[in-house]
Design a protein around this ligand. Sequence first.
Ligand code: GDG
Length: 748
Amino acid sequence: MKSFQLQLRFLLPLLVTLALAALVALPLMDRMTERWFARDLNNRGLLLTRTLAAALDQSDDANRLTQLRALLERVVQDERLVAIALCSPDGERVLATRGYPSSLGCAQAAQQAQRSAPRLTLATGAVHVGVYPVNPEQQPGDRLVLLQDLSFTERRSEDTQRYLLAFMTLLGLAVAGITMAVAQISWRGWVSGMRAILRGEGILRPLVQAPELQPLALEVRERLRDLEDEFYRERGPLTEWDPERLRQLLKTQLRGDQVIIVSNREPYIHQHGPDGIVVRRPASGLVTAVEPVMRACSGTWIAHGSGDADREVVDAQDCVAVPPDSGEYRLRRIWLSDEEEQGYYYGFANEGLWPLCHVAHVRPVFRESDWACYRAVNQRFADAVVAEARGEDPVVMVQDYHFALLPAMVRQRLPKATILTFWHIPWPNPESFGICPWRRELLQGLLGSTILGFHTRFHCKNFLETVDRFLEARIEHEHSTISYRGAQTLIESYPISIAWPSEAQQAAWPPPAEARRAVLERLQLPRDTVLAVGVDRFDYTKGILERLHAVERLLEKRPQWQGSFVLVQVAAPTRSVLEEYRDFQHRIQRVAERINRRFGAGRYQPVVLLAEQHDSVAVNELYRAADICVVTSLHDGMNLVCKEFIAARDDERGVLILSRFAGAARELTEALIVNPYHVEETADALHRAALMPEAEQRERMASLRMTVREFNVYRWAGRMLADAGRWRLRQRIVARVQRQREAPETVA
Ligand code: GDG
């Protein structure tokens, strides 16, 4: 895009100059030179006639014609004179030299000579026709018709045209070059120059400081600032994080070392469908974020094989190359029995740790048997990491709360490994965390990591305080490190994000108007619908209930929206095995039905609940069709839905309503930030979003897009891996120094 703009900046002035030359300058030049030549030839004709006048008058009658003919024949030997004729006062051609066209009578010659371009084309070439009185005082008297050669003027005119074209081309090139240079270099200078003038500095000082011009100066100053903002937004970040930069970082700072990722959820699930095995992508924020990173690293991803056809596609090491169409990395599947899955995943992770870490007022359940399972499964995954490691110091990226014990288990077997653990959900305060019976073991497990990452500084602070409360560890707040049993862990915040869509991906999207038409048609909604969307896993932490209450309050408080405001809620089923989740899903269904009964009329239903998983194309279409996207999580590590919505809106339209309890609220401050527990506030935000002028939407969205584009998932991974690279370098230096210190002793 940028190179296209550059080319345009260069080509446009060049083309304009050439077009001006071809359409205006050359014809104008032609006409002017012809006029100049005609004037010169006329003067020459007059001079010649005057010189001949004496000879014409002196000749006696008897020989007059013979003498005259001889005289004129001599005169026409001049190379620029083609022919001469003598006309009598009554318009008779008395004599004509050789080469004079017999068809050109005296009257016609006089007529021709009157024209603005007195030219005639003969067999020998173009001639200029001039008629001159022999004696100007004698009227009517004899006249000479002179035909003068025009071919030399044409030659000169062609030369002039050539020079002019060359000059205009050079001029065009110079203008194009200067335009590009000015656009590139002096945008800032120009803006600051204008700013200085508007601040009342420089030569225009008295004018700009005049009180009556102050409002105008203020207005222009603001417009300039807007222009500058637009410019920087359009240009994007100076050094963008992308897969290539991440690959470079792996090659240089990590010297191409092996990368192993561990997560519970697998990025691709093979399932039996009616027409054979199909591949499905799970609805998971973790997978959304980590998969582009793995594609850039080309390592191994270890995850639970949960699809009913998963076993049928793996090799002898339980591995399969994914993505299915390009096979960019290895997916190693771990098989869990139903009991293991029940105890480790549903039990300890999702009934214990998930509610423990999300302050969403659901009581955590801790069972001894679940804990035993959790430990055993962590050990199995740790064994797989060791089996997968090609050397003694791989980079292991551990994902999420399913593997709090794994870092220490891997550290025990591979002491030199670099273990980066990322906790995708919030970390609570020490009091909340303290209710977990195995709090010390969990903290010890996590401190096996080299780096432990959270989305926000706030979660880091909670973790440091929790360790301080429950373990005997040394905490260095200045460096945000914890030293425990001789090993050090860096606690750092790395806000996660999404992969910013490429230009090719964006070009393949349907235009927003088309997406909107398709969505409204599919859901049978009228064209004037104010469309709000929510896209979540069907989880109680996502604030879906609070969202429905806000919609209900909006319709109650502002009846003008009844009949036109619609919330389309995609709720992908999740953890439905758990009673808490089943109850929650039923409750949401009941509340949606109640609202629809209360405010629905005819075909109008204010809440459309789509309780099934959608493919990513459908989700993107919904984002592009929406007027409003609502994210009302009661607590969320980050939340990627809001970032996906922003990335989808290349038209810079649409309003984001975002919970202040989502990690994303720290970055996306141009959204309408709400407290989802405050139903009234969220209802007012919905009203404000529905009425927001397009200009304000554009302002907010453009700024949000700039943030998400710059702080993308490659930056997330890049920062973490760069920190790991630095740590590994330090370790190598320490080891070298140690060796040098020990070497003389050995010799001695
Ligand atoms: C955890 C943390 C953190 C949802 N429904 C469908 C669908 N989705 C996709 C969304 C989005 C993802 O699932 C949800 O991401 P979130 O970030 O909102 O939430 P969690 O799954 O809870 O993720 C969270 C995240 O980890 C990353 O660190 O942000 O705080 O809780 O990508 O688009 N995708 C498809 N169909 C659906 O029906 N295709």
